[in-house]
Design a protein around this ligand. Structure first.
Ligand code: CMC
Length: 455
């Protein structure tokens, strides 16, 4: 590299700019505090980069003028060091294992709130009062019915189609209905679309499941809580205790700041695509095995270990052998480098749900011994790899009777409020611009074309 870059930082002052939070349209509580600068020298040219500091003291260099003033861009595969936006929805401290929604610790929310309350908090910035929650619940539930013609879409796909492909297609197809609420730039239409999709996603997911089994859909029931209604639409009956456990799982998945699918929703939304199209894109991003698809892969992995009868050790050896290409699914996280607080809650919930249902699952024993083996192994210790949210969730889904290929759909149901909160925040940000990264081109420089007969 021919460039000599010098970075000199300056200590930040105390935080300022804390603002009020409105419920209808929450401003960011703490507009990133600017006022400090870092000076860099590129090819002999001095440049001051403003430091932006968040309400939890995370710091970023604002490189908005970097290319215009120096011709340089930054290169950051996987966006490991790149902040794509300022957001007031979710805070994670991966080193300390902290996850908070709008300032509230995940442990407290999972313990005290219900899923729709959590959705309201993520979307509007404050916990609802009882009457706000009641109104929200009614407006979501009254939109739960989906056009019956949508069922034809399920019939049109291959009978062994993965439910995530059906879910993404059906959500996208929903944008063809309700033409009066498709404009993301109109606040009233945004709000209608948000409640519409929150109401309809469980119906669509259950419909896709039943159609794949050749069963008729079951209509949504407004008298049941959100998760209970979903289970009833899946199986035609519901155990309310189990529904409560599912509600908690949905809360644990509800948001996780700028992960792969949420970033996808934001980037699609930034082109002013409607909510349904943006969420359909997020569903596709979630499907991959390194993201939400890991929950399905965890169970498949545990089944493989169980069927082998050899215990976890040979599998762990295979994972450590880099030539095998095998990963320990449900382990590791881009942000958490200590523990994933969601996995802790889920491990406990796993024991509770299985006890409630009187189920003994050998896969739970394998999961626990796999976790123990990995947490004592130098390979995993040195790379800071711990169980993540997907490690134990599948065992609960299995106990509830949800088929393995529906696990990632369950993740999508939980993540919906987070996706929509970020989509909403994006549209309320006056500084919003279409997402359009740059690249460093490594292909051939200009060359001359030869006609096809001479090649
Ligand atoms: N098993 C074995 N080795 C692993 C694993 C794993 N699960 N995860 C990371 N590593 C190793 C990796 O090989 C690398 O080793 P080395 O430094 O020797 O090359 C090192 O740890 C760092 O891994 P990375 O791939 O650079 O880390 P990342 O931050 O890019 O990836 C991850 C994060 C979640 C994709 C990855 O840990 C992984 O593939 N985990 C398994 C899939 C999984 O459980 N995904 C669900 C994530 S949580 C829910 C969600 O957000 O969707």
């Amino acid at each position: 590299m021919g460039t000599r870059g010098v970075v000199r930082g300056q200590a930040p002052d105390a935080l300022q700019n804390r603002g009020a939070t409105g419920v209808a349209a929450p401003p960011r509580e703490h507009e990133g505090n600017m006022g400090h600068e870092v000076h860099i020298n590129i090819d002999g040219q001095d440049l001051s980069l403003p430091v932006v500091e968040g309400s939890e003291h995370e710091k970023a260099l604002d490189i908005g003028k970097l290319r215009a003033q120096t011709g340089y861009i930054t290169l950051d595969p996987g966006y490991v060091n790149t902040g794509a936006c300022q957001s007031s929805i979710c805070f994670i401290d991966g080193e300390k294992g902290i996850l908070r929604y709008r300032g509230y610790p995940i442990e407290e929310i999972a313990d005290q709130a219900c899923f729709l309350e959590t959705a309201y908090l993520l979307l509007y910035g404050e916990l609802p009062t009882q009457s706000q929650l009641d109104g929200f619940r009614v407006s979501v539930k009254e939109r739960a019915e989906v056009p019956s013609a949508l069922g034809k879409l399920c019939e049109a796909v291959s009978s062994d189609a993965h439910p995530m492909s059906v879910l993404a297609s059906m959500v996208n197809a929903l944008s063809s209905y309700g033409r009066d609420w498709r404009k993301p730039t109109v606040e009233e239409q945004r709000e209608k679309a948000i409640r519409d999709l929150l109401g309809k996603l469980p119906t669509v997911a259950a419909m896709a499941f039943r159609r794949s089994r050749g069963l008729d859909p079951i209509a949504p029931r407004a008298d049941l809580p959100y998760a209970a209604n979903f289970l009833n639409m899946m199986f035609g009956e519901v155990n309310l205790k189990v529904a409560e456990a599912l509600d908690k799982i949905l809360i644990l998945h509800a948001d996780h700041e700028q992960n792969c699918s949420t970033s996808t929703v934001r980037i699609v939304g930034s082109s002013e695509a409607n909510l349904y199209a943006s969420i359909a894109a997020g569903i596709c991003a979630l499907w991959g095995p390194l993201h939400g698809g890991a929950n399905q892969r965890v169970i498949e992995m545990l089944e493989t270990i169980h069927n082998s009868g050899d215990g976890p050790d040979p599998f762990v050896d295979k994972v450590k052998d880099k030539t095998s290409g095998v990963r320990l699914m449900g382990f590791g996280h881009r942000v958490y480098k200590n523990f994933d607080p969601r996995a802790k809650i889920l491990k406990k919930a796993c024991d509770e749900v299985l006890a409630t249902l009187g189920i003994e699952d050998p896969l739970l024993d394998i999961a626990k011994s796999l976790e123990k083996t990995a947490l004592e192994d130098e390979y995993f210790i040195s790379r800071q790899l711990y169980p993540n949210v997907d490690f134990y969730s599948g065992i609960i889904y299995r106990a509830i009777g949800i088929p393995t290929n529906m696990f990632t759909v369950m993740f999508a149901l939980g993540r919906l409020p987070g996706w929509m909160a970020h989509w909403r925040e994006l549209h309320e940000d006056p500084a919003r611009r279409i997402g359009r990264p740059r690249q460093i081109y490594t292909g051939p420089t200009q060359r001359k074309m030869t006609p096809i007969g001479q090649r």
